[in-house]
Design a protein around this ligand. Sequence first.
Ligand code: HEM
Ligand SMILES: *[C@@H]1O[C@H](CO)[C@@H](O)[C@H](O)[C@H]1NC(C)=O
Ligand SMILES: *[C@@H]1O[C@H](CO)[C@@H](O)[C@H](O)[C@H]1NC(C)=O
Length: 500
Amino acid sequence: MESLHMALSILVPLFFLAFAIFKKSQPASSKLPRSYPIFGSFFTFWKNKERFAQWTADLVLASPNLTCPIDLGFGRKVVATANVDNVRHILKSNFQNYGKGPFIRSTFKDFLGDGILNVDGESWKFQRQLSIQAFNTRSLRKFVEDVVDSELSDRLLPILKKAASERTVLDFQDILQRFAFDNICMIAFGYDPQYLLPSLPETKFAVAFENSTRDSRERVNSIAPIFWKIKRALNIGSEKQLEIAVREVRDFAKELVSGKKRELQAEKSLHSVDLLSRFLSSGHSDENFGVDIVINFILAGRDTTSAALTWFFWLLSSHPEVENQILKETKQKAEETSYDEVKNMVYTHAALCETMRLYPPVATDTKSAMSDDVLPDGTVMKKGMRVTYHPYAMGRVEKLWGADWAEFRPVRWLERKEEAGKWSFVNRDSYSYPVFQAGPRICLGKDMAFLQMKAVVAGVMQQFKVVPVAGPEPVYVTVITAKMKGGFPVRIEERAQFGS
Ligand code: HEM
Ligand SMILES: *[C@@H]1O[C@H](CO)[C@@H](O)[C@H](O)[C@H]1NC(C)=O
Ligand SMILES: *[C@@H]1O[C@H](CO)[C@@H](O)[C@H](O)[C@H]1NC(C)=O
């Protein structure tokens, strides 16, 4: 405690002094971030903390190799890159050398524990293999399908119908987040939090989860980890909130895990098909392990699909030609809702990919070098340095997408087939489009995400038109996952039924 106190009393005045100097001397338009001894470019980082993706995208897009080193102060050196060769190198060719690292691990340890999103090496490999086994079963697909279908027809569509007839304004982002939260909870551990109800309730578990995410992310904004560690030791501010929220989440998950374990002991095998039941049934009954699994899967599946869909519906409202194409496709598919048929909605698939090119649900993702290395473009990585690959910037690279990169154009993902009028999807190299990450650690939920998103698109669009309430262009912000700042206010209109 003594040494913490001393660190505080030296660092805090220093901090304000440097900030005052910075305020005075910052030129109006500088491309490279201003850098100071010790503090590096921390102040520019702080000023841009809500638009980290845009700030760093400007930096990398302005540099010849699409790579820019940023000194965040106190020895936090990060290389941001949108260079395809670099991305392939860190995610695949030299995968072994790039992991979560101690910075990310300690930042998210309280919340994510030793779950798949927060570990490297053997522990990661083990969870990855276990998860792949569970994901590759027909019964899980069927379960996901059923969960999505019933959430759609019992909750989402009735809420939209009511909003259409009463002409109310909905925050569609909030609705989609609630939808995804219920879904992923059911899939991860067979529990229905009932977050998407007409009353839009303040469901305790969901709120605690949201707070845990927000307050964990807040640690990244500390000039050095020592600051949040001091706050944690003193149990003040966001650290106090985090402690409360995380305890709530973990206690709740623990109760569910031990409930399932008791069930398992009584019956020898579980009949439920959710992920947790699968893990427990295959003999992995450690309680903390179960809790970590559940929390990590919820985080991975919670705000990602909803972010993609939010931007999708916004883009659609200003691109009627795309909307018409999708309507045509959903009309053809109206009778076919099984996994394989939904999978075939190629135009919709392309439109979703195109949405995520411009507005990736995970804007940037950071790895830490385990030992000294040199990236393909010549950038030198020292052990412990971090490198951030940048899907948001990569979607804006002219060399990758052409001069019309700024346009929302789903057909750039499509090819006309010989047979009349059939599109086929053209896959991109995953290292130039790492929206789901790429390589050995590529997102495990990619197929599940597309299934869910297409089901929502088809279900909503067959019956309703989503009309944004006029206002300024929405702002893309990132809090682990991307969001539309302030929500997405819309009105819902009923479409004339097909065939009439
Ligand atoms: C549009 C939706 C989604 C996008 C864009 C997306 C993107 C990503 C990205 C960028 C990562 C790498 C994160 C990192 O290592 O820091 C990741 C990992 C992961 N995602 Fe997704 N995700 C989506 C939906 C889902 C869903 C619905 C699930 C459902 C269960 C899921 C499960 C996972 C898991 C388990 C990992 C960890 C994989 C590993 O570390 O081996 N994701 N995802
Ligand atoms: C979540 O955060 C809000 C505002 O910061 C706070 O009022 C609320 O009590 C928190 N709830 C939980 C369960 O952590
Ligand atoms: C950029 O790439 C070129 C050649 O590919 C290399 O000579 C140069 O040093 C690189 N610049 C930086 C800043 O790494």
